[in-house]
Every structure is written in structure tokens, then in C-alpha cells.
Design a protein around this ligand. Structure first.
Ligand SMILES: *Cc1c(COP(=O)(O)O)cnc(C)c1O
Length: 380
């Protein structure tokens, strides 16, 4: 299989040391006591990455498993859950809430803007009787970034615990679980963390544990039951055999992040994100979002007369570059460049923009300026 140049908003490119870590010889992770320490230490390093002292767990399934596990563990029949929705992932939380018997109550925002805090406040002043709330940090299909730093304290003040999907933001954007009072924070291996898909990880606050422990009905299911793990270390017991090679890879990726330093990593994304947006605008294209731009993904409106699929095929077949379209209500309307994690490098984005400009011209769209030149003007 010839692997193209992956510039999608996840999965992202994976560094060699992460790939090699996955090839290391493995022990029996159920029985070998060393692995319990390795797992615990890896969770602690993820906690460092998330800026939290809360318990962290790595679950064996990609990003979506974390979203479902949070809803499965918190929701009981008839619970009212606030679903904050300004995008496809935001809205999607309602499905998990309903699946486990909850009543999803939407707060809907403009899909081209970040969540309006004063409108949310007004809404909460009228109705704040919710067991928990769900919110997406970066809603990847549109590239909108929500201010979870302000939203979560607002909810917590009213006694509402929060589930935050930061799968596509953490690592590329500031993310401070304890300072922002996030009860369950969700991440995945395949976005800015830059490991292959296969793992989700999450932090769980004492308040969230308390809600789970005070349920009237036990949590339905096993894989999605976050209580099963409560004392794995003390008991030296895992609910199922751990995917040890995936965890070795994730550990190497987390170590890469801690070695670079979070601040450096966030600044790298700021610079790349902002230069990419300028390169798009100054060459005559339009961004999809009107405010709340994520620095991990740029979502570009497809110009009139250009076919989304043909454009992406040209990038892939003629230049070997894989970018993404979108889905749901955005299908065929936008293209997405994922510059998160290992993708957020000047050389990688430059080549992607070169391929984009050539492919646009091939579709008959004339750019007003040289995309790479504009990008480099703002990055170098
Ligand atoms: C990628 C992503 C996930 C993980 O799920 P996928 O199966 O990779 O789609 C969850 N939430 C968000 C916001 C994501 O971008």
C-alpha cells in the first residue's frame, strides 16, 4: 500500500519514533506487574498533558468510544442532558444521550460561529435543571472552536457537570482541565497527539465519579462502564487485555508532546493556523467559519464552478496529498486541511498549499496570489 501524504484533520501523520514504539517486543499486559506501572505512568503523563490531577483512563477503541462511555456512565433513564450544539459532533452527542435513556435538550448556536456566551447564559437563567452538559471544543467538520474555558465554569456554577470532546483540539489549542473545571475531558490518539487511530483517553473528576456511584440503576454495558476501572491499579486487574502495542505508541506520542512543551506546541499551531487562513483569504478563497477559528484545521468553501471530489482527486492523484471533504450538511461544500500535531509543520503545509493551488487552477479557478508565498510570509 502506497501511503499518501496525509493532511486530513485526523488521522494525522505519525512520527517515526511512535511507529517504532509500536513494534517493540511485548509482555503479557494482564499478568506482568510492570505493565500496570507503565499504564499508570502513561495515564499520569496524559494528565500532565491535559493539565489535570483527575484520574485518567485509556480505553481500547478510537475517539468515539470515549464519547459513548461518558454518556453511558452518566446517563440514567429520564435524565435531562444539555447538548450544546453548533456542529455535527456537538449535535451527535444527543444520540448517545438518548441511547442510554436520557432526554437531550439542545442549546443550538450558529453553525458558522463559536457558541455565544451571553445567549447561553440567558438560556441557563431560564433553565438549568440538567444532570450534565456536552460540548465540543473543536467541531472538526466545520472547524469552529468553542470557548470551553468560559463555558464549563458557567455550567459548573449552576451545578451542571460537563463532558468536553477535545479530540480535535487538545495539543493544538490550550486545554486546561482543572482550571476550566471540566469533569470528563475526551481525547483521541489520531488527531494532534499524532499516534495512529485506536485509542481514546479521558480524565474523570471526583464529581463525575460521584454521579456515577450515586446512580439508582447500574451502568448498562461493560466496555463503556467507566466505573469498572476505578481500582484497577490497587487490584492489579484490567477489565480486558490491554492493547499494549497501541499504548506503547501512544506513550511515545505523549512523550513527544511533553518534550516539545505544550506552550511551544500551541504556538506552533497558532502560527500555522493563522498563516494558513491568511494564505486562503489573500488568494481569493473564503473560509467557512466567521468567528472562532481553530488552529488545528482550516475549512475552506469550495468556489463556484469547482467540483469538490475532482479537486481532491487531483490533489491526491497528481500530488499525492490527501485532504478531506466534509460530511453531513457540509458535504460537497467545503474542503478541510488538517494542520494538527505532526501535520502542523511549515514544510508540510507549504507543499499542501502548493498542491491545492495547482489543483484549483486545474479546475479553472485562478488564485489572486501565490498561496505558498503568502503562507511563508506569515510563518518565516
Ligand atoms: C475525530 C473526532 C472524534 C473521533 O471520532 P472519529 O471516529 O475519528 O470521527 C470525536 N470528536 C471530534 C470532534 C473529532 O474530530
Amino acid at each position: 500500500m502506497k501511503v499518501p501524504y496525509i493532511m486530513t484533520p485526523g488521522p494525522t501523520q505519525v512520527r517515526e519514533n511512535v511507529r517504532l514504539a509500536r513494534a517493540l517486543e511485548t509482555t503479557n499486559p494482564d499478568l506482568d506487574i510492570q505493565f500496570f506501572d507503565f499504564y499508570k505512568e502513561t495515564c499520569e503523563r496524559i494528565g500532565q498533558f491535559l493539565n489535570t490531577k483527575n484520574e485518567v483512563r485509556i480505553l481500547s477503541g478510537e475517539g468515539i468510544l470515549g464519547l459513548e462511555a461518558a454518556c453511558a456512565s452518566l446517563t440514567e433513564k429520564g435524565d435531562r442532558v444539555l447538548v450544546i450544539d453548533n456542529g455535527i459532533f456537538g449535535e451527535g452527542f444527543a444520540d448517545f444521550v438518548k441511547m442510554y435513556g436520557g432526554e437531550a435538550v439542545f442549546f443550538k448556536g450558529d453553525r458558522q460561529k463559536k457558541i455565544d456566551l451571553s445567549a447561553l447564559k440567558e438560556f441557563l437563567d431560564k433553565d438549568s435543571d440538567f444532570k450534565y452538559a456536552t460540548i465540543v471544543h473543536c467541531d472538526t467538520p466545520s472547524g469552529v472552536l468553542n470557548e470551553v474555558d468560559k463555558i464549563c465554569p458557567l455550567l459548573k456554577e449552576r451545578g451542571i457537570i460537563t463532558v468536553v470532546d477535545s479530540v480535535a483540539a487538545m495539543g493544538g489549542e490550550e486545554f486546561r482541565v482543572d482550571d476550566w473545571q471540566i469533569d470528563i475531558a475526551l481525547g483521541g490518539s489520531q488527531k494532534a497527539v499524532s499516534a495512529p487511530p485506536g485509542l481514546t483517553f479521558l480524565s474523570i473528576s471526583d464529581d463525575a465519579f460521584q454521579v456515577m456511584e450515586n446512580r439508582k440503576e447500574p451502568i448498562a454495558g461493560f466496555y463503556c462502564n467507566l466505573l469498572v476501572w476505578k481500582s484497577y491499579y490497587k487490584d492489579k486487574w484490567f477489565p480486558y487485555t490491554q492493547p499494549i502495542s497501541d499504548i506503547l505508541g501512544l506513550r511515545a506520542a505523549i512523550d513527544n508532546i511533553l518534550e516539545e512543551g505544550q506552550e511551544n506546541m500551541i504556538n506552533r499551531h497558532k502560527k500555522i493556523g493563522s498563516a494558513t487562513r491568511k494564505a486562503i483569504i489573500e488568494t481569493g478563497l473564503n473560509l467557512y467559519i466567521k468567528d472562532g477559528y481553530a488552529n488545528t484545521v482550516t475549512v475552506i468553501q469550495i468556489p463556484d464552478g469547482v467540483d469538490d471530489k475532482k479537486l481532491r482527486d487531483c490533489m491526491l492523484n497528481d500530488y499525492g496529498v490527501f485532504i478531506a471533504g466534509s460530511f453531513g450538511y457540509l458535504e460537497g461544500k467545503v474542503i478541510r486541511i488538517g494542520h494538527m500535531g505532526e501535520n502542523a509543520r511549515i514544510d508540510k503545509v507549504s507543499y499542501t498549499l502548493f498542491a491545492l493551488q495547482r489543483s484549483l487552477e486545474n479546475s479553472g479557478f485562478k488564485c489572486k496570489d501565490d498561496m505558498v508565498k503568502v503562507f511563508l510570509k506569515y510563518t518565516c
